[in-house]
Design a protein around this ligand. Structure first.
Ligand code: AMP
Ligand code: MG
Length: 405
């Protein structure tokens, strides 16, 4: 049962995604395109490969000349030259002879087979051939990989190393892509101290801004962080506005709890009227805020302050939003089924995302499920999902598990 005043995780996510427009396409040098999403089709400018070539080091021959070759009665051919990869000379094979050829080198005119060096005595002036090579042996024909004009990569594909290789092989210097979103993370709270500086009682080291910026980078964004925006109602909005010119997405943490006057993020953004604050039927991460800010209507997430809540909220809501900014939905986390090695508890009416360790088909809930308990988060590789209507599940039950990146 989900309480009527709470949004479901799905409803909240779909409201977010419906208000995110993909970033405008831009031309990027191939070397800078990794992690971007193609906004055009990449087609083969020429056939791949563009010329017949050898797939092995060996000898280019007429297949007919080596038909009867065997170890007992080798065929001996005069070697008239050598062609290395990249050699653009015009070679012509005369019947009854061979030309030494390297992997990737252009097949000489008339040759119709390559005898691998392993089937020969590796001769220089003449070569002894011990096995027949049929027509086309060790030959990579022009167009055998792709033909000119063929679509190699479709718009919407993310440029990972394999796709970068394809675009380079197609001769592309630049590609039109939706770039990596520029994400700025701001942590708020008077209690925050920068790691590496001394701690006084009552203060904590800021982990959220580091964690969420790292999450955003892992999801393919270019992320920067700004730590410790003070709990000063007058300071929050200017601190956010100062980031707008270089952000495609803003993320804050803290300052959005259920009501106190220290909830400065909520107070500051409420005034704008373009950010809405919701309770989502989940644990951790019930208090959520999402909207837009500034004349360019930059999307903004206000994540809860507790680190585990912020982390889970990122993976459920911000990660898909980063994909949406690139016009795709390819960042969803793998969902698998596993059996619980220990019982779990969950509040009625809220979906729990419990930190766990997934090992094959078994998942072990970690002890320390408090939303401030970052030590347990550091041991987790998965989130165990307990549905809204369950309050406890016994050992051995099958559960859905989100695999963490
Ligand atoms: P808040 O939502 O601001 O009330 O914060 C909720 C809890 O999260 C408090 O215990 C905060 O101290 C903690 N918290 C807030 N921001 C951070 C942060 N950047 N790093 C670690 N803990 C934080
Ligand atoms: Mg706070």
């Amino acid at each position: 049962m989900v309480d009527g005043s709470l949004s479901t995780v799905e409803a909240y996510l779909s409201a977010i995604l419906s208000s995110i427009a993909p970033l405008a396409p831009a031309s990027r040098k191939l070397a800078d395109a990794e992690g971007c999403v193609l906004a055009e089709d990449v087609t083969a400018a020429v056939s791949l490969p563009s010329f017949d070539n050898s797939s092995m080091d060996g000898y280019a021959v007429f297949a007919g000349d080596v038909e009867g070759a065997s170890k007992a009665s080798p065929v001996t051919l005069r070697v008239t030259g050598e062609i290395a990869a990249g050699d653009i000379g015009a070679y012509r094979l005369v019947p009854g002879t061979a030309i030494k050829i390297m992997t990737g080198a252009q097949l000489p005119a008339e040759a119709d087979a390559v005898v691998p060096v392993e089937w020969t005595n590796d001769g220089i002036a003449t070569v002894e051939i011990y096995r027949p090579a049929g027509v086309g042996n060790a030959v990579r024909y022009a167009g055998g990989d792709a033909v000119a004009g063929e679509t190699l990569l479709g718009a919407g594909v993310r440029m990972r190393p394999m796709q970068i290789a394809v675009a380079a092989s197609a001769g592309r210097k630049t590609v039109s892509v939706r770039p990596r979103p520029r994400v700025v993370v701001l942590s708020t709270g008077d209690e925050l101290t920068e790691p590496g500086t001394p701690l006084v009682p009552g203060r904590i080291w800021d982990s959220n801004s580091y964690m969420i910026a790292a999450c955003a980078r892992e999801a393919g964004a270019d992320a920067t962080r700004r730590s410790g925006v003070p709990d000063d109602p007058a300071g929050v909005l200017p601190a956010l506005q100062a980031q707008l010119s270089h952000a495609d997405l803003l993320i804050t943490t803290g300052g959005v709890s259920m009501g106190g006057e220290h909830d400065v993020v909520k107070a500051a953004l409420r005034e704008l009227g373009t950010v809405s604050f919701r309770k989502v039927a989940m644990q951790p991460g019930m208090p959520q805020g999402f909207g837009v800010i500034g004349k360019d209507r930059v999307p903004i997430f206000t994540l809860p302050g507790n680190p585990v809540s912020a982390y889970v909220s990122f993976q459920l809501f911000v990660r898909p939003a980063i994909a949406a900014l690139q016009g795709t939905s390819d960042l969803s986390l793998p969902l698998v089924q596993a059996s619980l090695t220990a019982p779990v508890h969950s509040p009625d009416g809220r979906r729990s995302y419990l930190r766990g360790v997934l090992d094959g088909t078994k998942v072990t809930p970690l002890s320390g499920q408090g939303s401030h308990q970052i030590a347990a988060l550091g041991r987790a590789n998965a989130l165990i999902i307990v549905p809204e209507w369950e309050t406890q599940l016994p050992q051995g039950d099958a559960v859905d598990v989100l695999v963490l990146p």
